[in-house]
Design a binder for this molecule. Structure first.
Ligand code: AFD
Ligand code: MN
Ligand code: MN
Length: 398
């Protein structure tokens, strides 16, 4: 594998050892589309199932030590968050980001923290505060906020007033967070709101994060951009502003499709990682970014899609580490556009799979995590155990 001058395979391996990716609890359970829920026999039913699946993905890949949790779905009233965190630790993983849910209760139909009814706004803020408290209880340092708030028709809401309610709410929650906790503000251009979404793009998320306080950053969900958007430009800008808090990885063709990361546009994924590696090389420090997956698959077997995504993330991060930055900069400095671009294309074209197979073997991990998972028989055992526990087809369970 061709390395740029000064880079060693040891340096690549050392950086990969620190490249950790969080898997989402909701990615293991049955979900669906708005046209129906499509059940998988091996899909997780309980939080214990989700922890077991996440622990298995970590055991097979070695780089997924944390699981993102959805407060309402994973910590129902009859559970003790600290006990769930202890269970996670006993399986070799830990609770990662805390995801409140202010988008599915009936009262939030016309907004949560931006609802015109102050009682509903306070209820939503109360849930965010409860979620931060749960985060402290389980040892999480990330409060990851996504809001479905928006309107479906012009005139339905006062956009600037809603913006102010958001700023007030996020500032209050920010200042109430336990020390050491970071707030991630996620944006999404549309869905479920179809006329305007209150936090619709990176600029709005950045403005609200700044208004919230110094421990608030922006969460870039790679599926949350309109067609043609230059995501790596947003990533570079947020890095330079010190506002890039993390990612929700998936891929998209048309909307928020939650497809397997890199399945549609792997070169875009490479360019996103290139901006991160370039910044890290310039500062000599890892950027404090939460790399998280946000996918929940219906067509693919859930855990296989999760392992595919983790392997893809390692692959394209490694490719991004192969860019000869000096050659690209030198070419750029003499306006040699062709060779400047070629520095990226050469790295992107490099097959890093043999290196990654050796890297995994050196860490006593399976060279091909997906095949190892298939050979493990885990899926069949999980299906046998869970099939009998599932509600009738089409039932809903967290
Ligand atoms: C949905 C939303 C958003 C959020 C995720 C988990 O679009 O991406 O982060 O659910 O709550 O995908
Ligand atoms: Mn997301
Ligand atoms: Mn989404």
């Amino acid at each position: 594998m061709k390395l740029p001058p000064g880079l060693t395979e040891q340096a690549l391996s050392d950086r990969l050892d620190r490249f950790q990716i969080e898997t989402p609890s909701w990615g293991y359970a049955d979900t669906g589309t708005r046209f129906g829920k499509f059940l998988q026999d091996a899909a997780a039913i309980t939080i214990d199932d989700k922890l077991a699946d996440a622990a298995q993905v970590h055991a097979i890949t070695g780089c997924c030590p944390s699981i993102a949790v959805h407060v309402l779905w994973d910590f129902p009233a009859n559970t003790i968050p600290a006990a769930i965190a202890a269970k996670a630790r006993s399986l070799g993983i830990r609770i990662g980001s805390i995801n409140p849910n202010v988008f599915q209760d009936q009262c939030y139909k016309l907004g949560s923290v931006s609802n015109r009814d102050p009682v509903i706004r306070q209820k939503a803020i109360g849930h965010l505060l409860d979620s931060a408290r749960i985060g402290k209880e389980v040892g999480s340092d990330l409060l990851s906020l996504w809001f479905a708030d928006g309107t479906n028709y012009p005139g339905q809401g006062h956009i600037r007033q809603r913006k102010r309610w958001f700023a007030e709410a996020l500032h209050h929650v920010h200042d109430s967070m336990p020390p050491g906790m970071t707030m991630l503000v996620e944006y999404k251009p549309f869905e479920p709101a179809f006329y305007h979404t209150d936090i619709a793009d990176w600029g709005m998320a950045a403005a609200l994060a700044r208004a919230a306080g110094p421990r608030a950053k922006v969460l870039v969900d790679t599926g949350h951009h309109l067609p043609g958007c230059n995501i790596e430009h947003i990533v570079a800008f947020l890095i330079d502003e010190g506002l890039l808090g993390g990612f929700h990885f998936n891929d998209r063709k048309y909307a928020d499709d939650d497809l397997t990361m890199g399945s549609i546009d792997p070169y875009q994924l490479f360019r996103i990682f290139h901006e991160i590696v370039l910044a890290e090389r310039e500062t000599g420090k890892d950027l404090p970014i939460a790399y998280m997956i946000d996918q929940s698959h219906n067509i693919k077997p859930k855990m296989e899609a999760m392992i595919e995504t983790v392997v893809t993330a390692q692959e394209y991060f490694t490719k991004a580490m192969l860019v000869d930055h000096a050659a690209a900069a030198a070419a750029g400095d003499r306006d040699d556009v062709v060779l400047a671009e070629r520095a990226l294309k050469d790295a992107f074209a490099t097959d890093v799979r043999p290196f990654l197979a050796d890297y995994r073997k050196s860490r006593k991990l399976p060279a091909d995590p997906l095949l190892a998972f298939r050979e493990s028989g885990y899926l069949a055992r999980a299906a046998a155990d869970r099939k009998s526990r599932k509600p009738a087809a089409g039932g809903s369970y967290a």
